[in-house]
Design a protein around this ligand. Structure first.
Ligand code: HEM
Length: 631
């Protein structure tokens, strides 16, 4: 029995049930977190207190929000023999070769949905039309640009994609909304349910490797890896124009090629360049390294650079507050910071020295995978704009504060094979600078790109599918089909107070009216994806607090559960120079500068390459980060 007061009137019965299963210490910690939440305080705390709150919350999620799906039937293996990232993600977990490999189960952060609502209640097309479809483009201000939007697609394509069934389903828009739906009906493949052999009975399978292993450029299996390699000096294939090579079908040659667009392939190309530069550096220092050794070492280094950019650059821009800047930097460098870690190494455990370089990987007793809920909170297609605004790059027009617009290109012209051709015509530099100068979409209601409501989706091999899909409606269907709890049940499972009225979710009267029209007064029915988009946000956060708590758990887990970010994050595995490469690269700007030395200097005013390039640099703050007070 856990610790909870008898006068538990203030705690929802379902939360009480969860707490009753906690240890005394954890239930005590839970009550602290719950009190802080009820007062809406944590993000108003001074930095140190805020970080402490997040530390406690993360601990609770590590204890109560990790559920393994599927059996553990891998083999023991010799970790010294596999001191590199394999093509299919095998041989990372120290004692089970299969954990995190391609084709393993997607885990869960909470039990599957228990509510009895039907899969079409309310109809996904009604939700999409009345609550999601973009009325006018709402942008993210200066905080987040189109590179940041492409970056997260780049990451999703590194981590997760559900295996589909061969059985097709058709969704027909009900009469009441049909006229507002670009597709009156659409067909798609349902998510494949595999028997899991454990108490969950079935689960979904990941076709990508969930490790942070750069599979988005290296592939998810042996065949994928062979496709992208040159087999000389460790290098990967890249076209003469600095963009991805394409095969005879016009499909890009890269690790993951499904549903790509020019902005996404551009990031793939940038990190292929990065990989190839690491190969060159290593070959110079270690002339005896063969192609295989160069490839393997450069893959370790490049994957670590990607993980680092995501942790201490992208995420900090996404959650732009002092507390999260401190939190994310502590994840990588530890509380003692970069200087101490660079000087004496990761000696003092996860809090003081960070997760990277831990002596042993840590999975909290649950074999590593990504989760259904993680996929659901990353449904961020509202980040995508309708057009890409190309900037005039002629030398006499250079103006980083106010770059001239050359023309706009529809996003529909930049996706798929045709998009690839268009991207090549535009060229790497113009694409990058234009994306840098354009704000991406805000994650809010009525901002789902309408062009995605009649989308040509692709197969895993990059071929277009014949049936168009309404992505906005499909995403609602997917969460329900996969048993992801609806918004309120999701929050309770995540140890958050449920909402009891629409006004708890948002102050926006128009939104409340529309929510009522679709869900009536049944708050429990609210779909997760709609709740995440409707919820009022913490100042500085581009995502909702509910989504953030999943990030808090999973962002740490991707680092601490991985042997190559912990035990083997060392000179022996990465080489001295390889490790130095990672340690001296801090941001995406560093990577861009390495390959395009004058580009950011000419075109970027701001501090991070993920914020709008014409915006002001971050102000210098004289007070040390940990001593800063409430925002
Ligand atoms: C041009 C850009 C993009 C296109 C064409 C695209 C298209 C698609 C398609 C067709 C699916 C599969 C839908 C299904 O059958 O369930 C999908 C899934 C997904 N996309 Fe995108 N997407 C794009 C950008 C993004 C971005 C910017 C994000 C931001 C995080 C994102 C996140 C996801 C996620 C989380 C899934 C679910 C993956 C899964 O089911 O395992 N996508 N996307």
């Amino acid at each position: 029995m856990g610790f909870y007061p008898s006068s538990s009137w203030f705690l929802h019965p379902e939360l009480q049930h969860i707490v009753s299963k906690m240890s005394y210490l954890d239930s005590f910690l839970f009550y602290i977190v719950d009190l802080v939440d009820k007062l809406g305080l944590w993000h108003r705390f001074p930095v140190l207190l805020g970080v402490a709150y997040l530390g406690i919350r993360r601990h609770l999620h590590q204890r109560y929000n990790l559920i393994h799906v599927g059996g553990t039937n891998g083999q023991r293996y010799d970790t010294d023999e596999f001191s590199y990232r394999t093509a299919d993600g095998k041989c990372n977990h120290p004692s089970d070769d299969s954990v995190g490999s391609q084709g393993t189960f997607i885990g869960r952060n909470m039990p599957p949905c228990t509510s009895q609502y039907g899969i079409l209640d309310p109809h996904p097309s009604v939700v999409a039309t009345k609550l999601l479809a973009r009325k006018r483009f709402i942008d993210n201000g200066d905080q987040f640009n189109v590179i940041a939007c492409s970056w997260i697609q780049f990451m999703i394509h590194d981590w997760v994609d559900h295996l589909e069934d061969t059985h097709q389903i058709e969704l027909k828009a009900p009469e009441e909304v049909a006229s507002g739906c670009p597709l009156k009906s659409f067909k798609f493949f349902r998510t494949k349910k595999e028997l899991s052999g454990d108490h969950h009975k079935s689960g979904s399978v990941n076709t990508r490797t969930p490790w942070w292993d750069g599979s988005v450029i290296y592939g998810n299996d042996e065949a994928g890896m062979r496709r992208v390699r040159v087999f000389k000096d460790g290098k990967l294939r890249i076209s003469g124009d600095g963009l991805l090579e394409r095969d005879e079908r016009g499909v890009p040659i890269s690790g993951d090629i499904r549903n790509s667009w020019s902005g996404f392939s551009l990031l793939q190309a940038l990190f292929v360049k990065e990989h190839n530069s690491v190969c060159e550096m290593l070959k110079e220092r270690y002339p005896d390294f063969d192609d295989e050794k160069l490839y393997r070492t450069a893959r370790l280094v490049t994957s670590a650079v990607i993980a680092k950019v995501h942790t201490i650059d992208w995420t900090i821009e996404l959650l732009k507050t002092d507390t999260l800047t401190a939190g994310m930097r502590i994840n990588w460098y530890g509380f003692l910071g970069k200087k101490v870690k660079d000087t004496i190494g990761a000696r003092f455990g996860p809090i003081l020295s960070g997760l990277v370089g831990l002596k042993k990987p840590k999975d909290h007793g649950v074999p590593y995978s990504l989760t259904e809920e993680f996929v659901s909170v990353y449904r961020m297609h509202c980040l995508l704009p309708d057009t890409l605004i190309l900037r005039d790059m002629s030398p006499e027009k250079v103006d980083k504060a106010n770059p001239k617009i050359e023309r706009e290109v529809l996003m529909t012209e930049l996706i798929g094979k045709e998009g690839g051709k268009k991207g090549s015509k535009i060229g790497f530099e113009q694409l990058l600078v234009s994306m840098g100068h354009q704000s991406c979409g805000a994650l809010t209601l009525w901002n789902y790109p309408n062009w995605m409501r009649s989308l040509v989706a692709q197969d895993i091999d990059g071929e277009d599918r014949p049936d168009l899909i309404d992505m906005a409606a499909l995403e609602i269907y997917r969460d329900r089909e996969r048993g992801v709890p609806r918004y309120n049940e999701f929050r309770k499972n995540l140890l958050m107070s449920p909402i009891s009225k629409w006004e708890d979710l948002t102050d926006d009267k128009e939104a409340i009216e529309a929510l009522r029209e679709v869900y009536g007064d049944d708050i429990e029915k609210l779909d997760l994806n709609v709740g995440l988009h409707a919820a009022k946000k913490i100042k500085g956060f581009a995502i909702s607090e509910t989504a953030f708590f999943i990030f808090l758990l999973v962002a740490s887990r991707r680092l601490e559960a991985d042997r190559f970010f912990t035990t083997d994050f060392n000179e022996k595995t990465y080489t001295k120079e390889g490790l130095q490469w990672v340690n001296t690269t801090e941001t995406l700007k560093d990577v861009i500068d390495r390959h395009f030395p004058s580009l950011t200097n000419q075109w970027m005013r701001c501090t991070s390459a993920f914020s709008v390039w014409s915006s002001d640099p971050d102000p210098t703050k004289w007070l040390p980060l940990y001593l800063r007070s409430a925002p």
